[in-house]
Design a protein around this ligand. Structure first.
Ligand SMILES: [Fe+2]
Ligand SMILES: [Fe+2]
Length: 144
């Protein structure tokens, strides 16, 4: 998941450079398309992981993904129709939504998974300790 996030940030960064350099619209469209495809792929992956882990905020998180996908698709459609898209709008959207989403919402999910693992480990350790005690008691009782 982290690698996918890195790739997404990379794509956002290349979009920033392209916009800063004032490069032609077709390149902007190309990167937007790549970003859109990769975002979709990543969201699907992330959502199935969330489902597997039983993430309680799954529905709300999917909603955020759907909103982002719709907006990127709108920009993409306009670009592909040859319409003028304000590069600043695209950048603002990406910075505000995608990057912030990764930093805030996705990290919340990562924290949930970490907590879950820690809890499972703690429980396993407690069970092991209890079993050991039980065995000691049994041994002591059978020697009596
Ligand atoms: Fe993500
Ligand atoms: Fe996400």
């Amino acid at each position: 998941m982290d690698d996918q996030h890195k790739r997404l940030i990379q794509l956002v960064n290349s979009l920033v450079s392209v916009i800063r350099a004032g490069v032609a619209e077709d390149l902007l469209g190309e990167i937007c398309r790549e970003l859109y495809d990769y975002t979709n792929y990543h969201f699907r992956d992330e959502e199935s992981l969330m489902q597997e882990e039983g993430y309680p905020e799954f529905e709300a998180h999917c909603q955020l993904h759907a909103e982002m996908t719709t907006t990127v698709k709108e920009y993409l459609d306009e670009l592909e129709k040859g319409k003028q898209v304000s590069p600043n709008d695209v950048l603002e959207f990406l910075a505000k939504w995608l990057v912030k989403h990764i930093l805030k919402q996705d990290m919340k999910f990562a924290a949930f998974v970490k907590e879950k693992r820690t809890k499972a480990q703690r429980e396993a350790a407690e069970t092991a300790a209890a079993t050991e005690t039980q065995q000691e008691v049994d041994k002591w009782l059978s020697n009596k």
